[in-house]
Design a protein around this ligand. Sequence first.
Ligand SMILES: [Zn+2]
Length: 415
Amino acid sequence: MSLNPHRTIAELKELRALTADENGALRVAWTDTWLKAREWFAEKLIGLPVTQHYDAAGNNWITLPGTSSDTLVIGSHLDSVPNGGWLDGSLGVLAGLEILRRISAEWEERPPITIQLVDWADEEGARFGRSLFGSSAFAGTSTIEADRGRQDRDGITLEAAMLRCGFDIQLIDKAVSGQENVKAYLELHIEQGPILERMELPLAVVKGTKGVERHHIVFHGQEAHSGSTPMNARHDALAAAAKLALEVYPIAQKHPDAVCTVGSLKTFPGIVTAIVGRCEMTLDQRDLEPKVLATMLAEAKEASHRFAAEFGCTVEWSKIWSIEPEPFDPTLMQFCAESIQEVTDSPVQLPSGPLHDAAEVSRAGIPTVMMFVQSLYGISHNKIEDTDETHLELAVQAMDRLASKTMNWIAEGCE
Ligand SMILES: [Zn+2]
């Protein structure tokens, strides 16, 4: 049985028909639709010489035992955001399944090393606001205390939702034991952005996931009457904030891959007849280089103080959240580039702006790489998310080659 990328596309459509409605995919983790997707996936394994187990965090592991216990893991996630697309996550899992079938057939059910396919639990964090849930538990970067009390919109706790699916949140720390024998991790994912489409290229090597600095900024001015206060006597918090919102463009544009976003801006009192006395905004900055991130943050802080002074205001910063950039493994990036080259054009390297399970695996010290396939219109997390079918086929072929190269590398002692 040789690799059949058509089957991957057919299975993706089958999963979509089973778990989406007219508004898109509904495979939100810890819901009945997600469990239905997992049941459907289990049926696909019938007849393969594999074993299956769930770890303590709800990650689904499929194992094809090899001569050696050294293990190559291929993975992604079957869960989706509400009204999500048909490819985000599912592509990586179903391409991995096809590669598993090919390896099993080629090696007559006993490859030289062990191959595992993993469907990470709750990558999206759509219901409880905790992204990368399963892969963080595997990596040992999560804490039960922080996650236990999380609630969805209906007041149901993550703990209760997990229990309903058969998992005890008390035990998620045990998921780290899955790291044993794992020598490399590979993940195929749609790009979810517009860059490959603009370059007219189907595939890219992912350099790593960008680090994130996320801050809450408050400008304090003075509320005053909009009719009686002359322009030169104002302490206008919105004017200072507005200047900063525009300043993030030149701050980011000095660096090729950096992005800065002011996603929220609230004015107080927020009425038509008052100068804004307080303005709250959020800033999200991302880049693959820690130095670039630090520079952009320092520049934004400096600019905020300058604009505050210009409008007679003060400014306060508080951190919402931050995460370090996670560069991928250079050897695996090289294999990924060669694999892309063998099936299509010259490979490009892109950083990933969104976080992925692969970043958590890499944080655990396991050599990791991702491959991106072009997203049409650069849109994801939406029912119009799509990828050209010829590109999907190329992606499955290139991932299969990447799996073979990585398997040989592991068999030869990762040298
Ligand atoms: Zn995803």
